[in-house]
Ligand binder design. Sequence first.
Ligand code: GLY
Length: 532
Amino acid sequence: MVVTSHYLASQVGVDVLKAGGNAVDAAVATGLALAVVHPGAGNIGGGGFMVVHLKDGTVTAFDFRERAPLRSHETMFLDSLGQYVEDLNHEGYLSVGVPGTVAGFDMALKKFGSRSWKTLAEPAVRLADKGFPLSWSMAESFKGYASDWRKFPASAKSFLRSDTVYYQPGDIWKQPDLAKTLRRVQRSGRDGFYKGETARLLAADMKAHGGLITEEDLAAYEAKERSPIRGTYRGYEVISMCPPSSGGTVLVEMLNILEGFELGAYGHNSAAYLHALAEAMRRAFADRARYLGDPDFNADMPVARLTSKEYAADLRRTISLNTVSKSPPSTLQFPEEDDHTTHYSIVDGEGNAVVVTYTLEYWYGSRIVADGLGFLLNNEMGDFNHIPGRTDSTGDIGTRPNLIQPGKRMLSSMTPTIIAKNGKPWALIGSPGGRTIINTVAQVVLNLIDFRMNVAEAVSAKRIHHQWQPDVMRLEVNTTSRDSERLLEMMGHRLRRNGYQGRVMAIVIEDSTGVRWGASDPRDVDAAAVGY
Ligand code: GLY
């Protein structure tokens, strides 16, 4: 079973499985295909995380998060007066982190793969070279970003039919430059991206436009194999991404707090349930801001304590079930989160499970297509804290663990998660959505375990988000009744109704039969769960 944000990428993964490849092989082929058919977030110019649970019990994670270029520095997004220019860290060539995706896939393949780059890159090369029919939503999206494409000639060449003519639904969209780049990766794996012509062209494009990434940055990039975060929830095992993503740590901290409440008895999306959720969220998100960053630069992060049952019990004792607690003292504000990023889940016939969440940061990243290379560059430098030492009510966060340093990975919220039962993968879950990702994944876990929903119900059910500051509970439309909203307001919650939150791609493996149930989120129009 393969569940992704684009039906063609799901089919690519299934084809690899049908031909005898394992879940890691399929994850690489699927990830490359998404870079072609789902350019908003699928990528080779960005980065992300893969969590693996093999049928023999082996559990591991691959970190291919982007890194700050070697010439980057703490104050690079401040002007000469030390002022931050709004969203400068998300704009232009300076916002681009050193991409990690191809290195991450290469590392996972070397460790667990059974198929070659030649085989696994072929479907993506073909999709880029021969093209594929654009859906209505993709054609509309390309049109919607037209003013961005026009800023960069290579982007306009990729995403506009001509300067004045847009692609239409059903048009065959070809990406010849991307096909050439993917062929180099197909021939040489990691070196096809980080060395030779791809690296030369990327470094030249950077140099010509004031970017920092050099051939040295590319050659020096390393993916890392790491031990995922592991926790338990009501007898299930929770396996999720460790720093530099905050996802697994915050997820386990929240679940540990919530384990002490009879959530199932409260009723799904009742006022009592949403209150308990928000109280757990505000506490875990406060810890996220305070403590988390790149582990290679922050040796003293208290991850073990944050994910311990004892710490959760201490936090639970501070929660009243009748009234809202003040957010821990701070006036931090966080900017809105876009629904960028993409997640996919794969389980093969043997029962090996792989979850991948990867991203360009914003939808289409920096919106810059690398000249002559055909792929979009991320704007992940925007995930670092950009004003050292300044944490205030205007939205600035300057806490030290996530300040820019050369070679450092920026803190992420991506939460590719596997829930195991009796030592075997049971549920595979992940979502896009910036900081909302962690809360989205948590609610799908609770829907499955506390509310005994099937996977389609669990993925579809309405969700909320609270992230400590701003001190607001965001609810999708029709999450709960007006009565319950009034009860929440009487407890002291400030509510804000939102459009929608996340796009979960999930699988549940029925333990008695081994049947795999896949569910792509109805919030996503081109997505598909494909099995065989
Ligand atoms: N860029 C979104 C994340 O890493 O969480």
